[in-house]
Write a protein that binds this ligand. Sequence first.
Ligand SMILES: Nc1nc2c(ncn2[C@@H]2O[C@H](COP(=O)(O)OP(=O)(O)OP(=O)(O)O)[C@@H](O)[C@H]2O)c(=O)[nH]1
Ligand SMILES: [Zn+2]
Length: 231
Amino acid sequence: MIEVNTKPNEDKIDELGENHIGTSAKTPLRDDAFDISDEEKMKRIQESVKDILITLGMDLEDDSLRGTPKRVAKAFVKELFMGLNPENQPKPSTFDNNYNYGEMLVEKNIIVYSTCEHHLLPIVGRAHVAYISNGKVIGLSKMNRIVNYFAKRPQVQERLTMQVVQFMQKALGTQDVACVIDAKHLCVNSRGIKDIESSTVTAEFGGKFKEKETKREFLDYIKMDTDFQSL
Ligand SMILES: Nc1nc2c(ncn2[C@@H]2O[C@H](COP(=O)(O)OP(=O)(O)OP(=O)(O)O)[C@@H](O)[C@H]2O)c(=O)[nH]1
Ligand SMILES: [Zn+2]
């Protein structure tokens, strides 16, 4: 039986380098989140998945199913939820803006694969990230890596959007960062209400991006039909 301390430890999360993230954007991790190794986590998850499949009546002697508990455990710890572990946090290499590029930079259509924390079903969509340099520039691929890191957690889309912006703000030393995510939640598309057409748009606008003109310019670059003027 795994002991569960349900009190999230903010100090621990601060220590993990997310102290710039406002309380509401913190992933609710427990005190003991990293007390055991990935190997130990995989072993425990493997047993739990086995239990679920057996409870469902599946024959785990079947050649195709035999390895499933282990595969799921590995997928959880090493892939789908690897972004819980601060060791996997991307290094956000920044450079001096020696060329004095003064306009906004938009990294658009970043593919998002995340997991809804309410049903553990996929969230699939695109993120668009923008910033205006305050003297530093960030490597383009780092924005994709930052989105991927925060996506690889049990998530709600609102928190994911805020975490991306707050991490970039810290890395770049400016508030002028924005992120829009448009994603489909399989918990809405494939079960429950089973609406395959709907998708969810979330946005976080920091600093100058709160201003109408700047926000409009960003949304024009990413060609969103949605009217964000009221946000
Ligand atoms: N705000 C927010 N809600 C989400 C996200 N992902 C899933 N949800 C919603 O979380 C809610 C959970 O509602 P519950 O009533 O507890 O769960 P449920 O009975 O499975 O709900 P239904 O999906 O309506 O069948 C659902 O409305 C989901 O659509 C997200 O990223 N953000
Ligand atoms: Zn869900």
